[in-house]
Design a protein. Structure first.
Length: 493
């Protein structure tokens, strides 16, 4: 097993592979395993030498869980990228180092099927699926984790021995609870995922062409933009409220608008535009777009620009909304503060958003509001580890900066914005009638800070709700020595 140390020509490139440049780590060495056996050996060596160990697949963690200065050993999974159909399990096998884009490509070209996974094609499957995994197709098909049939994980037992274990959703599988935890617990908690097996819960037989949903025949994207200068507070209020109302009325599991997904970008006024970006699958796209905009954009009463484009599924999946993932984005330091909503923003929340988005300050960022629900809401909260199953939107306050001098004002702005948005519930989106906690795939360590979370609701309830005690039991069984941990990791029962 080769160790890549700081003297190796590959080290700096691997050490710097991270989406959020707010954090930096310098492990003693990096391992690039190519098999489960090599992962097991690397874990065993780190445990034996008492070195702090983490794993990375795509490098898109929003917090410093992987790029932590305390980390001594980094397992980078990017050489484990195999994707195939496993006839023995009647499911697609995807290794943890494969990216979302490569998974889309192989599933489509090989079998014409799709997994409803994330938005950015560079995200690694390893950390993505275990955190639930939502994306452009979630309203129509649910979360990627809803298709998890099995998982192979390298765990460490109470004696300090590393070994690989396979857990499936079969009711007679003695390791079933370990499978269940990988449907929403988040990465870095229980062990190192080496392989996933994916299959629709209702698939029958052993035909790969029907083991996952059929891929869309086409994707129609739409982009709507308003000039911020033309938007007063009244128009802003109408836009935000219209979007929330649409989400509330169209988030049922059988809504006719499930093929439509959109994000409202309430950008800071400095950015110059307010925008909606969205997509629709299938033949009825233009009608669904027109209806969406008739409910949301037209009543705002301010002229807007509309651009639509139809493309084949794979072309879109490998390069979706290029302006969102453009070159240069990988040099940004960022802070994202996520929240699930079960009801639209209140009048006071919209007023708070307007205040923060028009404040005179050298800030880049905004409030993003993504449509949610649909098939996500067709599953019981305890059927998977992803507990939020009655939401209409995923909402995030976000900011980014390149110059280190921007860190302090940007962080203060985004933290105060979020705190004031949830002023009625202690500064965080507690599970209640309107809000429902936050998504662990968009982690925010502020939720564990008593100065910023004054709700009396602990961070783990915000992420896991009633599923947390069960996750603690899985943790106690499969990682009793707490080898795998980070700032928001599950604590053993």
């Amino acid at each position: 097993m080769e160790k890549i140390t700081p003297e190796d020509i590959r080290y700096s490139d691997l050490a710097d592979k991270r989406f959020n440049k707010r954090f930096a780590g310098k492990p003693e060495y990096i391992v690039l395993p190519t098999s489960t056996a090599e992962v097991t050996a690397a874990v065993q060596e780190a445990v034996n030498s008492k070195r702090r160990l983490v794993v990375r697949s795509g490098g898109h963690c929003l917090e410093g869980f992987v790029t932590d200065p305390a980390v001594q050993v980094l397992l980078d999974m990017s050489m484990m990228t195999n994707i195939s159909y496993d006839t023995g399990r009647a499911a697609f096998m995807v290794e943890a180092g494969a990216t979302v884009g490569e998974t889309y490509r192989r599933l489509f070209l090989g079998w014409g099927v799709v997994l409803p996974a994330g938005e950015h094609p560079g995200i690694g499957m390893g950390g993505h699926v275990v955190g639930g995994a939502f994306g452009f197709l979630c309203r129509e098909y649910g979360l990627a984790a809803d298709y998890l049939y099995g998982v192979e994980v390298v765990t460490v037992d109470a004696s300090g021995k590393a070994h690989a274990v396979i857990a499936t959703r079969e009711t007679n599988d003695p390791n079933r609870e370990l499978w269940w935890a990988h449907t929403g617990a988040g990465g870095g908690n229980l062990g190192i995922v080496t392989r996933y097996w994916l299959r629709s819960p209702d698939a029958i037989g052993n035909d790969p062409y029907t083991a996952l949903p059929k891929a869309p025949s086409s994707i129609t994207t739409f982009r709507v933009s308003w000039d911020w200068k033309q938007v007063d507070e009244g128009a802003f209020n109408r836009l935000a409220k219209n979007f929330g109302t649409w989400c509330q009325q169209n988030s049922g599991a059988h809504s006719p608008s499930l093929p439509l997904f959109s994000i409202l970008f309430l950008n800071h006024r400095n950015i110059g535009k307010l925008e909606i970006k969205g997509l629709v699958t299938g033949a009825n796209a233009r009608q669904l777009i027109d209806d969406h905009l008739a409910d949301i954009a037209v009543p705002v009463g301010v002229p807007y620009a509309l651009q639509t484009e139809e493309s084949p599924w794979l072309r879109f999946a490998l390069n979706p909304f290029p302006e969102l993932f453009q070159p240069g984005m990988d040099s940004v330091a960022a802070k994202v503060k996520d929240a699930y909503f079960r009801q639209p923003l209140t009048d006071s929340q919209v007023a708070t958003a307007y205040r923060y988005l028009t404040i005179e300050a050298p800030i880049g960022g905004g409030l993003g509001m993504a449509t949610y629900g649909g098939k996500v809401n067709a599953i019981a909260p305890d059927a998977t580890a992803t507990a939020q199953r009655s939401c209409i939107m995923d909402v995030a306050c976000n900011t980014g900066w390149v110059d280190p001098k921007g860190a302090e004002p940007s962080l203060a702005w985004v933290r105060n914005f979020y705190k004031d948005l949830f002023a009625g519930s202690g500064g965080v989106p507690v599970p209640n009638e309107q809000t429902d906690g936050a998504m662990i795939n968009h982690p925010d360590t502020d939720l564990a800070d008593p100065a910023l979370n004054q709700s009396g609701t602990p961070w783990y309830t915000l992420y896991y709700k009633d599923n947390y005690p069960r996750l603690q039991q899985v943790k106690a069984k499969w990682d009793p020595l707490n080898i795998f941990h980070h700032a928001l990791s599950i604590q053993p029962a």
